[in-house]
Design a protein around this ligand. Structure first.
Ligand code: SF4
Ligand code: FES
Length: 162
């Protein structure tokens, strides 16, 4: 007699750090992956305000606007889940073809439908800054240590794999 097919194991919810909740969405912030690129602050200063406490005021702009600015975060330090959108999952975020941007004197900015294998296992994500200087304390992610280590390397290339 053939064995009944087992259901796939449940996918654990990704660890996206601290949650900041508004009525229509939750923003997640992982401090360890933030390299102070400031795309969030430039995009919606009333939401991302380092002088305010908490520094993310998730309800200070319409949810779709907040989500759009979160998607600009190149490192994956920011994520979001819309209240009426798909469940908390990297796949809830729209992705284009995979792209790799080589930052001068810094990390690789990677976007797409990613599976990132690190010491803690594999995680699925849509955005990440990957260390290429070797000095990060949060590998495979960049933690900004390239600035202190004086890492120098050319950048400016953008590679599309799709
Ligand atoms: S855009 Fe992302 S990496 Fe840059 S400051 Fe904001 S949270 Fe940090
Ligand atoms: S490239 Fe940023 S810490 Fe290595």
């Amino acid at each position: 007699m053939s064995q009944p097919e087992l259901p796939p194991p449940p996918t654990p919810a990704p660890d996206w750090g601290r949650a900041y909740t508004a009525p229509d969405l939750t923003v997640y912030y992982d401090k360890a992956r933030c390299i102070h690129f400031a795309a969030c602050i430039r995009g919606l200063p009333q939401v991302f305000d380092t002088a305010a406490r908490p520094w993310i005021q998730a309800d200070a702009a319409p949810a779709e606007q907040v989500a759009e600015v979160v998607r600009r975060c190149p490192t994956g330090a920011l994520h979001y889940a819309l209240k009426n959108g798909p469940a908390k999952s990297a796949l809830a975020e729209p992705t284009g073809p995979t792209s790799i941007e080589v930052r001068a004197n810094g990390p690789l900015f990677v976007r797409g439908d990613l599976m990132i294998a690190g010491a803690q296992g594999s995680v699925r994500d849509t955005r990440a800054a990957l260390c290429r200087c070797g000095a990060s304390h949060n590998k495979p992610y960049c933690d900004g240590s390239h600035r202190q280590s004086g890492f120098e390397a050319a950048g400016g290339e953008r590679i599309n794999t799709g």
